[in-house]
Design a protein around this ligand. Structure first.
Ligand SMILES: NC(=O)c1ccc[n+]([C@@H]2O[C@H](COP(=O)([O-])OP(=O)(O)OC[C@H]3O[C@@H](n4cnc5c(N)ncnc54)[C@H](OP(=O)(O)O)[C@@H]3O)[C@@H](O)[C@H]2O)c1
Length: 276
């Protein structure tokens, strides 16, 4: 078992989803204390039981306080305030902030309702910054890590996936700048840009629908979580999982933008997806 990064809790948003759960397992194995959140109380309770059953005893640390959970809708100011009050009530301090929560609505911009537009921006971008700000001021003494799950979609503007890709680009820009602001203060800040990840059934179907491209790009949640934590241990600025995605990122950055946009638009206009 690796030594915990710092003495405090590791906060994981989106812990009830595919990638978030994988992070929870990685940190449980490493012996960290966990603070897990997602909207679903049932999924959080199931995850807590699984982690305690599978990992905590094996790690030789079985106190009840090893895993705290709090269901929270990150788009709801009241819900976020309640979570922060719970954190303060428990006297919880953090050594890790793992920003995973996100929603991948995919449709032409004009087809959004104002509610869905606001929802996606709040979950993916606004709440991520808000939570990071709140937890930095609740930092345990010693080192801290921040890992944020952006996406390869943040590497270029994406017609027909424009809002999602803009929120993910915003995360890359923001956390790269924050990393600089926190330089010398013992905080490792890493932004992760995965391609496809085999999580929900609809995402797996999308990846399969992309044929060879999908197969080359996609990774398991476990791969993404384990490698992201290793990148964070080394204090890497950005981590792109898999060789194919690294190559793609390079091509996107050197190819003429109008060609990249045309290519993306042709691929993404065929599909729409909602989220709730
Ligand atoms: N899967 C991919 O191919 C892929 C690729 C690149 C990047 N990503 C990014 O990776 C992250 C996780 O993706 P995933 O595939 O693991 O998705 P997922 O299985 O759908 O999980 C999404 C997580 O976000 C939480 N969430 C959604 N809306 C929320 C809200 N309003 N308040 C609080 N939590 C909320 C969900 O909580 P509940 O389930 O409890 O509601 C869930 O834990 C996302 O940021 C996504 O954009 C995914």
């Amino acid at each position: 078992m690796k030594e915990p990064f710092g003495g405090g809790y590791v906060f994981i948003s989106g812990a009830t989803g595919g990638i978030g759960k994988a992070f929870a397992r990685v940190f449980a194995v490493r012996g960290d204390k966990l603070f897990l959140t997602g909207r679903s109380a049932d999924k959080l309770a199931a995850l807590k039981s699984e982690l305690e059953r599978e990992y905590i005893k094996d790690c030789g640390a079985g106190e009840n306080t090893r895993i705290l959970t709090f269901p929270c809708d990150l788009t709801d100011e009241k819900s976020v305030k309640e979570m922060l009050a719970f954190i303060d009530g428990q006297g919880v301090k953090f050594s890790g902030i793992i920003n995973v929560a996100g929603v991948d609505i995919q449709k032409p911009f004009v087809a959004y309702t104002p509610e869905k537009l606001s929802f996606q921006i709040k979950v993916n971008a606004e709440s991520t910054l808000y939570i990071t700000h709140a937890l930095l001021s609740r930092r345990e003494k010693g080192k801290m890590r921040i890992i944020t799950i952006s996406s390869m979609s943040g590497a270029s503007p994406m017609p027909y996936f424009a809002t999602y890709s803009a929120t993910k680009a915003m995360l890359v820009n923001f956390f790269t700048a924050l990393r600089y602001e926190l330089k010398g203060q013992g905080v490792n800040v890493t932004t992760v840009m995965p391609g496809g990840v085999y999580t929900r059934p609809d995402v797996i179907a999308d990846i399969k629908g992309q044929g060879l491209w999908g197969k080359l790009s996609a990774k398991s949640p476990r791969f993404v979580a384990e490698k992201s934590v290793k990148a964070s241990d080394k204090n890497k600025m950005k981590y792109i999982p898999g060789f194919f995605n690294k190559f793609l990122y390079f091509v996107i950055k050197i190819a003429p933008e109008r060609l990249v946009l045309r290519f993306i638009a042709n691929r993404w206009k065929k599909q729409t997806k909602d989220a709730f």
